[in-house]
Design a protein around this ligand. Structure first.
Ligand code: FAD
Length: 220
């Protein structure tokens, strides 16, 4: 975690804080910096609570920055983020991070809000012919689904673990990967909580993907 002293923080005004689904929001503010898709910012509401890191979910050239986040009921920051309204002030760091490498036809694998850096990459015109595998517990959390269906078509693979439907793969991302063929020549980008990233990486390695072809961003 970054403390207030590590990075430069600026006050910016909230433009929108849209509730997408239970406990899931997109926070929007005007872009005042350049960044590379895949990078994160530190975010806070005042200097009394340590800032937290969030992947940028908008495109490199978009006028506004979008942050996709879920409220953790017992968390310190997100219950306060969820109360933000248009015109409220937040503190935002300069962008940083190195989860930014891009290749053609990558395999992007995310759970929950871990989809954010991939949305940024796609909206920035990167990762040509990408395949995206997104795992969620309930279908309401298929964030940006309309955009992804349009952008990726059959290369947008949805996995849902707790609500049965014929519309998507029923089960976790790890189960999907276990049951399907993988291509050792492709790059695999993983983003989400530690357990998913570690389990997915282990499965990919066991299926012959070289370690150097797996890149990961862990949301701890
Ligand atoms: C590189 C990176 C990018 C990220 N990007 C995103 C993103 O795009 N969207 C997003 O929603 N999140 C993202 N995160 C996670 C985010 O930074 C916060 O951790 C998250 O929003 C929770 O913040 P909080 O202050 O509400 O909860 P916290 O107060 O940090 O608590 C989070 C959870 O951990 C538990 N917890 C807290 N302290 C302890 C402890 N000492 N021991 C055990 N459990 C504890 C709490 O009970 C709670 O359930 C990212 C994290 C990283 C590292």
């Amino acid at each position: 975690m970054n403390t207030w002293n590590d990075l430069k923080y600026k006050e910016v005004l909230v433009v929108d804080n849209k509730n997408l689904a239970k406990d899931a929001y997109i926070l929007t503010f005007k872009r005042t910096f350049n960044f590379v898709a895949g990078q994160v910012v530190g975010l806070g509401i005042n200097t009394l609570i340590e800032p937290r890191l969030y992947s940028i979910a908008s495109g490199e050239n978009d006028d506004y920055v979008e942050i996709l986040y879920t409220e953790k009921a017992d968390g310190k920051l997100t219950p306060m983020l969820s109360l933000l309204k248009k015109g409220d002030k937040i503190l935002v760091s300069s962008p940083f991070g190195s989860f930014t490498e891009n290749n053609d036809s990558p395999i992007l694998i995310a759970t929950g809000t871990g989809i954010a850096p991939f949305i940024s990459m796609l909206k920035s015109g990167k990762g040509r012919a990408a395949t995206l595998i997104h795992g969620v517990s309930f279908p309401d959390y298929f964030y940006y689904a309309d955009y992804l269906e349009k952008e990726l078509g059959d290369r947008y693979i949805r996995c849902c673990s707790k609500f049965y439907s014929t519309d998507y793969f029923n089960g976790r991302v790890t189960q999907y990967i276990q049951e399907h063929q993988v291509d050792p020549n492709k790059k695999y980008y993983l983003c989400g909580v530690a357990e998913m990233v570690v389990d997915t990486r282990d499965i990919l390695i066991s299926k012959g993907i070289p370690y150097r072809n797996i890149l990961a961003e862990i949301y701890f």
